[in-house]
Write a protein that binds this ligand. Structure first.
Ligand code: HEC
Ligand code: HEC
Length: 346
Protein backbone atom coordinates (compact mmCIF):
# COMPACT_ATOMS: atom_id res chain seq x y z
CA UNK A 1 0.00 0.00 0.00
CA UNK A 2 2.66 2.52 1.03
CA UNK A 3 5.06 1.43 -1.61
CA UNK A 4 2.26 2.02 -4.05
CA UNK A 5 1.58 5.48 -2.71
CA UNK A 6 5.26 6.42 -2.84
CA UNK A 7 5.54 5.12 -6.37
CA UNK A 8 2.48 7.19 -7.29
CA UNK A 9 3.96 10.33 -5.66
CA UNK A 10 7.24 9.80 -7.41
CA UNK A 11 5.66 9.56 -10.86
CA UNK A 12 3.39 12.55 -10.24
CA UNK A 13 6.34 14.65 -9.09
CA UNK A 14 8.34 13.52 -12.06
CA UNK A 15 5.55 14.60 -14.36
CA UNK A 16 5.17 17.93 -12.56
CA UNK A 17 8.87 18.67 -12.82
CA UNK A 18 8.52 18.53 -16.53
CA UNK A 19 10.86 15.68 -17.32
CA UNK A 20 7.87 13.71 -18.46
CA UNK A 21 6.27 16.75 -20.05
CA UNK A 22 5.91 15.25 -23.50
CA UNK A 23 3.94 12.35 -22.04
CA UNK A 24 1.54 14.71 -20.31
CA UNK A 25 0.88 16.55 -23.55
CA UNK A 26 0.36 13.30 -25.46
CA UNK A 27 -2.09 12.02 -22.90
CA UNK A 28 -4.32 15.12 -23.01
CA UNK A 29 -3.81 16.50 -26.50
CA UNK A 30 -4.72 20.17 -26.83
CA UNK A 31 -5.17 20.65 -23.11
CA UNK A 32 -2.72 23.06 -21.50
CA UNK A 33 1.03 22.81 -21.78
CA UNK A 34 3.93 22.01 -19.50
CA UNK A 35 4.78 24.91 -17.20
CA UNK A 36 8.08 26.60 -18.00
CA UNK A 37 10.87 26.60 -15.42
CA UNK A 38 10.31 30.32 -14.91
CA UNK A 39 6.62 29.82 -14.23
CA UNK A 40 7.35 27.08 -11.72
CA UNK A 41 9.99 29.25 -10.04
CA UNK A 42 7.52 32.14 -9.71
CA UNK A 43 5.09 29.90 -7.81
CA UNK A 44 7.69 27.99 -5.85
CA UNK A 45 8.47 30.57 -3.15
CA UNK A 46 7.83 28.64 0.04
CA UNK A 47 10.49 28.71 2.74
CA UNK A 48 10.60 25.60 4.88
CA UNK A 49 11.60 25.06 8.50
CA UNK A 50 14.93 23.60 7.30
CA UNK A 51 15.36 26.83 5.25
CA UNK A 52 15.01 25.07 1.94
CA UNK A 53 13.75 27.76 -0.45
CA UNK A 54 15.21 30.69 1.52
CA UNK A 55 16.82 33.20 -0.88
CA UNK A 56 20.32 34.42 0.06
CA UNK A 57 20.35 37.96 1.42
CA UNK A 58 20.30 40.10 4.52
CA UNK A 59 18.58 43.07 6.14
CA UNK A 60 19.21 45.15 9.25
CA UNK A 61 16.93 46.02 12.18
CA UNK A 62 17.44 49.72 11.32
CA UNK A 63 16.22 49.34 7.73
CA UNK A 64 13.41 47.12 9.01
CA UNK A 65 12.24 49.87 11.34
CA UNK A 66 11.91 52.33 8.43
CA UNK A 67 9.92 49.82 6.36
CA UNK A 68 7.78 48.91 9.35
CA UNK A 69 6.87 52.52 10.04
CA UNK A 70 6.09 53.22 6.38
CA UNK A 71 4.21 50.04 5.47
CA UNK A 72 3.15 48.02 8.49
CA UNK A 73 2.70 50.23 11.57
CA UNK A 74 -0.57 51.72 10.34
CA UNK A 75 -2.31 48.40 10.94
CA UNK A 76 -0.06 46.57 13.44
CA UNK A 77 1.00 49.54 15.61
CA UNK A 78 4.42 51.22 15.91
CA UNK A 79 5.65 48.38 18.15
CA UNK A 80 3.60 45.56 16.59
CA UNK A 81 1.42 45.72 19.68
CA UNK A 82 -1.85 46.83 18.10
CA UNK A 83 -4.96 44.67 18.24
CA UNK A 84 -6.86 47.11 16.01
CA UNK A 85 -7.03 45.11 12.76
CA UNK A 86 -5.46 41.78 13.83
CA UNK A 87 -4.13 40.12 17.00
CA UNK A 88 -0.86 41.75 18.16
CA UNK A 89 2.30 40.40 16.51
CA UNK A 90 4.60 41.37 19.39
CA UNK A 91 4.50 40.92 23.18
CA UNK A 92 4.02 38.30 25.87
CA UNK A 93 7.52 36.83 25.41
CA UNK A 94 10.01 36.79 28.34
CA UNK A 95 13.83 36.40 28.19
CA UNK A 96 13.45 33.09 30.02
CA UNK A 97 11.32 31.78 27.12
CA UNK A 98 14.23 32.33 24.72
CA UNK A 99 16.34 30.06 26.93
CA UNK A 100 13.63 27.42 27.35
CA UNK A 101 12.05 27.47 23.93
CA UNK A 102 8.61 27.42 25.58
CA UNK A 103 6.52 30.54 26.13
CA UNK A 104 5.40 30.49 29.76
CA UNK A 105 2.49 32.88 29.17
CA UNK A 106 0.79 30.31 26.94
CA UNK A 107 0.18 28.30 30.09
CA UNK A 108 -0.82 31.33 32.13
CA UNK A 109 -4.61 31.54 32.10
CA UNK A 110 -4.47 35.14 33.39
CA UNK A 111 -2.46 36.37 30.44
CA UNK A 112 -5.01 38.13 28.27
CA UNK A 113 -3.88 37.56 24.72
CA UNK A 114 -1.86 35.45 22.29
CA UNK A 115 0.63 37.17 20.01
CA UNK A 116 2.24 35.79 16.87
CA UNK A 117 5.68 35.47 18.47
CA UNK A 118 4.27 33.73 21.52
CA UNK A 119 2.96 30.95 19.30
CA UNK A 120 5.12 30.55 16.21
CA UNK A 121 7.81 27.87 16.50
CA UNK A 122 9.74 28.42 13.27
CA UNK A 123 11.26 31.69 12.08
CA UNK A 124 10.96 30.44 8.48
CA UNK A 125 7.17 30.68 8.79
CA UNK A 126 7.33 34.42 9.45
CA UNK A 127 9.88 34.96 6.67
CA UNK A 128 7.59 33.14 4.28
CA UNK A 129 4.48 35.02 5.42
CA UNK A 130 6.05 38.47 5.17
CA UNK A 131 7.44 37.65 1.73
CA UNK A 132 4.19 36.14 0.48
CA UNK A 133 1.42 38.15 2.04
CA UNK A 134 2.56 41.58 3.25
CA UNK A 135 1.87 44.42 3.29
CA UNK A 136 -1.80 43.46 3.25
CA UNK A 137 -2.59 46.03 0.59
CA UNK A 138 0.31 45.00 -1.72
CA UNK A 139 1.37 41.37 -1.19
CA UNK A 140 4.71 40.25 -2.69
CA UNK A 141 5.88 43.85 -3.15
CA UNK A 142 8.83 43.68 -0.71
CA UNK A 143 12.37 42.96 -1.94
CA UNK A 144 14.33 40.09 -0.37
CA UNK A 145 16.41 42.60 1.61
CA UNK A 146 13.24 44.28 2.90
CA UNK A 147 11.77 40.95 4.03
CA UNK A 148 14.95 40.13 6.00
CA UNK A 149 15.00 43.66 7.43
CA UNK A 150 11.41 43.85 8.57
CA UNK A 151 11.68 40.37 10.10
CA UNK A 152 14.90 41.47 11.89
CA UNK A 153 12.95 44.43 13.31
CA UNK A 154 10.13 42.16 14.55
CA UNK A 155 12.68 39.80 16.13
CA UNK A 156 14.23 42.81 17.85
CA UNK A 157 10.86 44.04 19.16
CA UNK A 158 10.39 40.60 20.70
CA UNK A 159 13.80 40.74 22.42
CA UNK A 160 15.23 37.91 20.31
CA UNK A 161 18.02 39.92 18.61
CA UNK A 162 19.78 43.21 19.54
CA UNK A 163 19.07 46.48 17.70
CA UNK A 164 22.44 46.34 15.91
CA UNK A 165 21.50 43.00 14.31
CA UNK A 166 21.54 42.18 10.60
CA UNK A 167 19.54 39.05 9.79
CA UNK A 168 20.82 36.93 6.90
CA UNK A 169 20.63 33.47 5.38
CA UNK A 170 23.98 32.81 7.14
CA UNK A 171 22.75 33.48 10.70
CA UNK A 172 19.03 32.64 10.52
CA UNK A 173 19.69 29.16 12.01
CA UNK A 174 21.12 30.78 15.15
CA UNK A 175 17.98 32.90 15.35
CA UNK A 176 15.88 29.73 15.05
CA UNK A 177 17.68 28.38 18.12
CA UNK A 178 16.48 31.47 20.03
CA UNK A 179 12.81 31.40 18.93
CA UNK A 180 10.80 31.66 22.18
CA UNK A 181 8.29 28.92 21.38
CA UNK A 182 10.56 26.66 19.29
CA UNK A 183 9.87 23.67 21.56
CA UNK A 184 6.20 24.47 21.91
CA UNK A 185 5.02 22.68 18.79
CA UNK A 186 4.13 19.01 18.86
CA UNK A 187 4.21 16.40 16.13
CA UNK A 188 2.78 13.75 18.45
CA UNK A 189 -0.05 13.12 16.10
CA UNK A 190 -0.51 12.24 12.47
CA UNK A 191 -3.37 12.24 10.03
CA UNK A 192 -2.48 8.91 8.53
CA UNK A 193 -0.69 5.80 9.66
CA UNK A 194 2.97 5.47 8.77
CA UNK A 195 6.26 6.48 10.33
CA UNK A 196 6.79 10.09 9.20
CA UNK A 197 6.26 11.27 12.77
CA UNK A 198 8.11 8.42 14.48
CA UNK A 199 5.82 6.20 16.48
CA UNK A 200 3.02 8.80 16.61
CA UNK A 201 0.87 7.43 13.87
CA UNK A 202 -2.60 8.30 15.13
CA UNK A 203 -4.54 11.55 15.16
CA UNK A 204 -4.63 13.40 18.50
CA UNK A 205 -8.39 13.16 18.76
CA UNK A 206 -9.98 10.27 20.59
CA UNK A 207 -13.54 10.29 19.38
CA UNK A 208 -15.28 6.98 18.82
CA UNK A 209 -18.38 6.34 16.75
CA UNK A 210 -21.55 6.46 18.86
CA UNK A 211 -23.47 3.19 18.70
CA UNK A 212 -26.42 3.69 21.11
CA UNK A 213 -28.39 6.52 22.72
CA UNK A 214 -26.70 8.91 20.34
CA UNK A 215 -27.48 12.63 20.17
CA UNK A 216 -29.49 13.58 17.09
CA UNK A 217 -27.21 14.16 14.17
CA UNK A 218 -26.14 17.79 13.71
CA UNK A 219 -27.52 19.61 10.71
CA UNK A 220 -24.79 21.10 8.57
CA UNK A 221 -25.35 24.51 7.03
CA UNK A 222 -23.30 27.35 5.69
CA UNK A 223 -24.42 30.83 6.72
CA UNK A 224 -23.12 33.97 8.39
CA UNK A 225 -24.47 34.04 11.96
CA UNK A 226 -26.29 37.21 12.99
CA UNK A 227 -23.64 38.26 15.56
CA UNK A 228 -20.89 38.07 12.92
CA UNK A 229 -22.78 39.97 10.25
CA UNK A 230 -21.21 43.37 10.88
CA UNK A 231 -18.08 42.34 12.79
CA UNK A 232 -15.63 43.30 10.04
CA UNK A 233 -17.53 45.98 8.18
CA UNK A 234 -19.10 45.45 4.79
CA UNK A 235 -17.49 42.37 3.28
CA UNK A 236 -18.84 43.12 -0.20
CA UNK A 237 -16.98 46.42 -0.23
CA UNK A 238 -13.76 44.84 0.99
CA UNK A 239 -13.46 42.09 -1.58
CA UNK A 240 -10.28 42.48 -3.56
CA UNK A 241 -10.71 43.26 -7.22
CA UNK A 242 -9.97 39.87 -8.74
CA UNK A 243 -13.03 39.50 -10.93
CA UNK A 244 -16.65 38.85 -10.06
CA UNK A 245 -16.95 38.22 -6.32
CA UNK A 246 -19.72 37.26 -3.97
CA UNK A 247 -20.28 38.35 -0.42
CA UNK A 248 -22.89 39.31 2.14
CA UNK A 249 -23.74 42.89 3.04
CA UNK A 250 -24.29 43.61 6.71
CA UNK A 251 -27.69 45.20 6.25
CA UNK A 252 -29.89 42.85 4.24
CA UNK A 253 -29.05 39.15 4.15
CA UNK A 254 -30.73 37.37 1.24
CA UNK A 255 -29.49 38.70 -2.13
CA UNK A 256 -25.84 39.70 -1.93
CA UNK A 257 -25.28 40.15 -5.68
CA UNK A 258 -28.29 42.46 -6.03
CA UNK A 259 -27.11 44.48 -3.01
CA UNK A 260 -23.59 44.81 -4.29
CA UNK A 261 -24.59 46.05 -7.70
CA UNK A 262 -27.25 48.48 -6.50
CA UNK A 263 -24.94 50.10 -3.93
CA UNK A 264 -22.17 50.13 -6.52
CA UNK A 265 -24.36 52.30 -8.73
CA UNK A 266 -25.10 54.79 -6.00
CA UNK A 267 -21.57 55.09 -4.59
CA UNK A 268 -19.03 54.65 -7.33
CA UNK A 269 -17.94 51.61 -5.35
CA UNK A 270 -16.19 50.14 -8.38
CA UNK A 271 -13.69 52.98 -8.41
CA UNK A 272 -13.01 52.63 -4.68
CA UNK A 273 -12.51 48.89 -5.04
CA UNK A 274 -10.33 49.26 -8.10
CA UNK A 275 -8.00 51.53 -6.13
CA UNK A 276 -7.93 49.35 -3.01
CA UNK A 277 -9.61 52.00 -0.82
CA UNK A 278 -12.25 49.63 0.57
CA UNK A 279 -9.59 47.54 2.31
CA UNK A 280 -9.39 50.39 4.83
CA UNK A 281 -12.60 52.40 4.34
CA UNK A 282 -16.22 51.33 4.38
CA UNK A 283 -18.70 53.61 2.63
CA UNK A 284 -20.74 53.91 5.82
CA UNK A 285 -18.52 52.22 8.41
CA UNK A 286 -15.05 52.78 9.85
CA UNK A 287 -12.47 50.05 9.22
CA UNK A 288 -8.86 51.22 9.52
CA UNK A 289 -9.80 54.59 8.07
CA UNK A 290 -13.01 56.60 8.58
CA UNK A 291 -16.33 55.84 6.82
CA UNK A 292 -16.57 57.72 3.54
CA UNK A 293 -19.95 59.14 4.60
CA UNK A 294 -18.22 60.68 7.65
CA UNK A 295 -15.41 62.07 5.48
CA UNK A 296 -18.07 63.55 3.19
CA UNK A 297 -19.77 65.27 6.13
CA UNK A 298 -16.54 66.74 7.48
CA UNK A 299 -15.22 68.01 4.14
CA UNK A 300 -18.41 68.86 2.21
CA UNK A 301 -17.61 70.89 -0.92
CA UNK A 302 -13.81 70.57 -0.53
CA UNK A 303 -13.00 68.49 -3.63
CA UNK A 304 -9.57 70.06 -4.14
CA UNK A 305 -8.47 69.31 -0.56
CA UNK A 306 -9.80 65.74 -0.75
CA UNK A 307 -8.03 64.98 -4.04
CA UNK A 308 -4.74 66.04 -2.40
CA UNK A 309 -5.38 63.83 0.64
CA UNK A 310 -6.21 60.85 -1.57
CA UNK A 311 -2.97 61.18 -3.55
CA UNK A 312 -0.56 62.11 -0.78
CA UNK A 313 -2.15 60.59 2.33
CA UNK A 314 -2.18 62.30 5.70
CA UNK A 315 -2.58 61.80 9.43
CA UNK A 316 -4.03 63.14 12.63
CA UNK A 317 -7.50 64.10 11.40
CA UNK A 318 -9.30 60.88 12.40
CA UNK A 319 -6.92 59.33 14.91
CA UNK A 320 -3.34 58.11 15.29
CA UNK A 321 -3.30 55.77 12.27
CA UNK A 322 -1.88 57.54 9.19
CA UNK A 323 -3.27 57.12 5.68
CA UNK A 324 -0.44 56.18 3.28
CA UNK A 325 -0.08 58.00 -0.06
CA UNK A 326 -2.14 56.14 -2.69
CA UNK A 327 -1.09 55.02 -6.15
CA UNK A 328 -4.14 56.36 -7.94
CA UNK A 329 -4.54 58.12 -11.28
CA UNK A 330 -5.27 61.87 -11.35
CA UNK A 331 -8.66 61.22 -12.95
CA UNK A 332 -9.68 58.62 -10.36
CA UNK A 333 -8.50 60.78 -7.46
CA UNK A 334 -10.55 63.74 -8.76
CA UNK A 335 -13.64 61.62 -9.45
CA UNK A 336 -13.58 60.11 -5.96
CA UNK A 337 -12.88 63.51 -4.39
CA UNK A 338 -15.85 65.04 -6.22
CA UNK A 339 -18.07 62.15 -5.13
CA UNK A 340 -16.97 62.68 -1.51
CA UNK A 341 -17.32 66.47 -1.66
CA UNK A 342 -20.89 66.10 -2.86
CA UNK A 343 -22.00 63.81 -0.03
CA UNK A 344 -20.73 60.30 -0.89
CA UNK A 345 -23.97 59.23 -2.54
CA UNK A 346 -26.23 60.82 0.08
C1 HEC B 1 -3.95 47.30 5.86
C2 HEC B 1 -3.59 46.62 7.12
C3 HEC B 1 -2.27 45.84 7.17
C4 HEC B 1 -1.02 46.25 6.77
C5 HEC B 1 -0.63 47.57 6.15
C6 HEC B 1 -0.12 45.17 7.11
N1 HEC B 1 -0.80 44.14 7.68
FE1 HEC B 1 0.01 42.42 8.40
N2 HEC B 1 -1.85 41.70 8.74
C7 HEC B 1 -3.03 42.40 8.58
C8 HEC B 1 -4.15 41.51 8.82
C9 HEC B 1 -5.62 41.88 8.75
C10 HEC B 1 -3.59 40.23 9.12
C11 HEC B 1 -4.32 38.93 9.38
C12 HEC B 1 -4.58 38.33 8.03
C13 HEC B 1 -5.21 36.96 8.08
O1 HEC B 1 -5.03 36.23 9.05
O2 HEC B 1 -5.87 36.61 7.07
C14 HEC B 1 -2.13 40.41 9.07
C15 HEC B 1 -1.24 39.40 9.35
C16 HEC B 1 0.13 39.56 9.44
C17 HEC B 1 1.06 38.54 9.89
C18 HEC B 1 0.68 37.13 10.33
C19 HEC B 1 0.47 37.06 11.80
C20 HEC B 1 -0.12 35.75 12.29
O3 HEC B 1 0.02 35.48 13.49
O4 HEC B 1 -0.75 35.02 11.49
C21 HEC B 1 2.31 39.08 9.82
C22 HEC B 1 3.62 38.41 10.20
C23 HEC B 1 2.16 40.42 9.29
N3 HEC B 1 0.82 40.69 9.09
C24 HEC B 1 3.21 41.29 9.03
C25 HEC B 1 3.05 42.49 8.33
C26 HEC B 1 4.16 43.26 7.82
C27 HEC B 1 5.63 42.90 7.98
C28 HEC B 1 3.62 44.35 7.19
C29 HEC B 1 4.35 45.45 6.47
C30 HEC B 1 5.29 45.06 5.43
C31 HEC B 1 2.16 44.25 7.34
N4 HEC B 1 1.86 43.11 8.02
C32 HEC B 1 1.26 45.20 6.86
C33 HEC B 1 -3.15 43.74 8.23
C34 HEC B 1 -2.12 44.52 7.74
C1 HEC C 1 -4.00 51.26 4.40
C2 HEC C 1 -5.25 51.85 4.77
C3 HEC C 1 -5.86 52.94 3.84
C4 HEC C 1 -6.06 52.86 2.46
C5 HEC C 1 -5.67 51.72 1.53
C6 HEC C 1 -6.73 54.08 2.10
N1 HEC C 1 -6.93 54.87 3.21
FE1 HEC C 1 -7.86 56.69 3.22
N2 HEC C 1 -7.45 56.86 5.24
C7 HEC C 1 -6.84 55.88 6.01
C8 HEC C 1 -6.70 56.39 7.36
C9 HEC C 1 -6.09 55.62 8.54
C10 HEC C 1 -7.25 57.70 7.37
C11 HEC C 1 -7.31 58.69 8.53
C12 HEC C 1 -6.11 59.61 8.44
C13 HEC C 1 -6.20 60.77 9.38
O1 HEC C 1 -6.61 60.61 10.52
O2 HEC C 1 -5.85 61.90 8.94
C14 HEC C 1 -7.71 57.95 6.01
C15 HEC C 1 -8.32 59.15 5.60
C16 HEC C 1 -8.85 59.37 4.34
C17 HEC C 1 -9.54 60.56 3.93
C18 HEC C 1 -9.87 61.79 4.83
C19 HEC C 1 -8.69 62.72 4.88
C20 HEC C 1 -8.99 63.90 5.78
O3 HEC C 1 -8.19 64.85 5.74
O4 HEC C 1 -9.99 63.90 6.51
C21 HEC C 1 -9.90 60.40 2.62
C22 HEC C 1 -10.63 61.41 1.74
C23 HEC C 1 -9.42 59.10 2.21
N3 HEC C 1 -8.80 58.51 3.29
C24 HEC C 1 -9.63 58.57 0.96
C25 HEC C 1 -9.05 57.38 0.51
C26 HEC C 1 -9.16 56.88 -0.84
C27 HEC C 1 -9.96 57.53 -1.94
C28 HEC C 1 -8.44 55.70 -0.88
C29 HEC C 1 -8.17 54.84 -2.11
C30 HEC C 1 -7.58 55.49 -3.23
C31 HEC C 1 -7.89 55.48 0.45
N4 HEC C 1 -8.30 56.49 1.26
C32 HEC C 1 -7.13 54.38 0.81
C33 HEC C 1 -6.41 54.64 5.60
C34 HEC C 1 -6.40 54.21 4.29
Amino acid sequence: MFKLRNAFLATTLFALLGSAGAQVDAKYPGVGRTATQKEVAAWDIDVRPDFKGLPAGSGSVALGQDIWEAKCALCHGIFGESGEVFSPLVGGVAPQDITNGRVANLRNADFPWRTTFMKVATVSTIWDYINRATPWTAPKSLTTEEVYAVLAFLLHLNGIVPDSFTLSDANIREVQSRMPNRNGMTTRHALWSGSEFGSYNKPDTHNVACMKKCAPEAKLASFLPEFARNAHGNLVEQNRVVGVQHGATPASPPTPEADASSSADKTGLGLLQKNGCTVCHGVSNKIVGPAFTDVAKMHAGKAEYLAGKIKFGGSGIWGPIPMPAQTVSEVDARTIAAWLASGAGN
